[in-house]
Design a protein. Structure first.
Length: 490
């Protein structure tokens, strides 16, 4: 039986149902068009003050969304009405599915598609933030993908709007465990960075097919958000470092929304998000084992080489563009000596200039399909699905380089907890100290090698159908020889 709402909207059938309400397919009898109507259910045991608060939250959702009705990635709110003592929100009818439903029914999204979705949601959030609106409930269930290719952000039910009076906290509609930013859980003031964190958790779910934080109940999940790091992503690929930067627990360590937007765009286009410009406002973000942050600049590292995280580092030098790299024979700004009496390396080393094309093919075990070039990390993609990367990172002092190497080595040793079959070796010795590791997962070999030569740490990674340890060893020896040839004269 059809129900008439506010004398104008005919409720036809249910489209979906959640903890706090039901979404109906309806017809606007005045304009003769289909719409979606969100019915907000008020629990029967609420006292009058709580009912008034929930009603006010619903009205605030309508006001927040109404400010943004022209944005292509935000679901348009047409009207809000009171009927039978309850608020109802009239919205545009979206022909599509929520992100959580897509992941549940079709499986995880490829990294590029997840990044594409994230880029649109972040654009919607940027529009909201520019108008003083914080969403505060970004999650897979509130991201819709339409059949005509749109990405929509919906449900501003607990949004805060600049100028609105603050509502008391009754425990209703406070957010979804696992997607609430740590600063909100700590009771701190939140801002656009909190929505960015929630988007990071949303994209983690989209690309991994599981939530970043788990627990037997809501309290355990929220405790995990506060106290633990999520498991390193297994499917995220080049999206991994972006997720890590978005999910930093300290909002001051989190990447800026504009940085995240640029990185997401790069991943969506099939590029690698690398930004070597240092930032003074934000400290380096915490790392998982599959990415690195150097001096505030995000670097896609060598899958398992959290070793590119610098231990006790000072500010890095400014880098030049990949299109116009400095000569490998450029003199250092200052020269001091290594224990062997040789001068330390200056700023001339470039990660993409230490292997020849033939050596790259040998490392990959296949012809080169494409590469991503950056001064501090050079990445190669083989035609057989293999991946290899070379990273050279210079620190100003020998002491800092040694500490960095120790930190890298400890990070690799910690992998035994997740991969008991991982094998370590110290031979062949390359540089002044080195180690290598290899393990296998899902039929793919993950091989790494790290060596230190004076004040430079070199890291190699191979991911592909063969063990790769011998190829990495040969590549490391070639790189060491190239570095030695480029070392400035004493």
């Amino acid at each position: 039986m059809t129900m008439m709402l506010a004398g104008r909207y005919s409720l036809m059938s249910q489209l979906g149902q959640g903890g706090m309400g039901t979404v109906w397919l309806a017809v606007d009898e005045l304009l003769r068009q289909q719409v979606a109507v969100k019915e907000v259910r008020l629990p029967a045991d609420l006292d009058e003050a709580s009912r008034a608060e929930l009603t006010e939250r619903t009205l605030r959702e309508a006001r927040a969304a109404a400010r943004l009705r022209s944005h292509p990635s935000i679901v348009t709110v047409h009207d809000v009405v009171m009927d039978s003592g309850r608020p109802w929100i009239v919205m545009e009818l979206v022909n599509g599915r929520s992100l959580d439903r897509i992941v549940r029914e079709d499986g995880p999204l490829p990294p590029a598609q997840a990044a594409w979705v994230g880029r649109h949601v972040l654009d919607a959030l940027a529009a909201a933030h520019s108008m003083g609106v914080l969403h505060r409930d970004v999650k897979p269930g509130n991201v819709l993908l339409t059949q005509d290719g749109r990405v929509l952000l919906t449900d501003f039910g607990i949004a805060t709007v600049a100028g609105d009076a603050a509502l008391t906290q009754t425990g209703l509609l406070n957010g979804s465990p696992g997607y609430i930013a740590p600063e909100r859980l700590r009771g701190e003031a939140d801002g656009p960075e909190a929505d960015l964190w929630s988007l990071g958790a949303t994209l983690y779910t989209a690309v991994e097919g599981r939530t970043a934080y788990t627990g037997p109940n809501s309290a355990a999940v929220m405790a995990a958000v506060l106290l633990h790091e999520p498991a390193p992503p297994q499917r995220a690929g080049s999206l991994t470092p972006v997720l890590a930067a978005m999910l930093a627990k300290d909002p001051q360590q989190r990447c800026a929304p504009a940085q995240a937007a640029a990185w997401l765009q790069a991943v969506a286009q099939g590029d690698v998000p690398v930004d070597t410009r240092p930032t003074s406002r934000r400290r380096p973000a915490p790392t998982w084992r599959r990415f690195a942050v150097v001096g505030g600049a995000l670097v896609l590292a060598l899958s398992l080489t959290a070793g590119a995280v610098i231990w006790g580092m000072t500010r890095p030098e400014k880098s030049t563009s990949a299109e116009q790299p400095r000569s490998t024979t450029s003199p250092p700004k200052s020269v001091s000596s290594s224990p062997a009496g040789k001068p330390l390396f200056g700023t001339g080393l470039h990660s993409c200039k230490v292997l020849t094309a033939a050596q790259v093919r040998t490392l990959l075990g296949a012809t080169l399909q494409r590469d991503n070039r950056d001064r501090k990390i050079c990445q190669y993609f083989g035609a057989n699905g293999s991946y290899a990367a070379v990273s050279l990172f210079r620190v100003p002092t020998l002491k800092g380089a040694k500490a960095n190497f120790v930190g890298i080595k400890q990070t690799f040793q910690d992998l035994r907890d997740e991969h008991p079959d991982i094998a370590f070796t110290r031979t062949p010795v390359v540089g002044e100290e080195s180690f290598a590791s290899v393990y296998r997962t899902d039929g793919t070999y993950m091989a790494s090698m790290v060596f230190r030569m004076s004040n430079v740490t070199a890291t190699f990674y191979y991911n592909g159908p063969r063990p790769g340890t011998k190829a990495i060893g040969r590549a490391a020896a070639s790189v060491a020889a190239a570095m030695e040839a480029a070392r400035p004269a004493g």
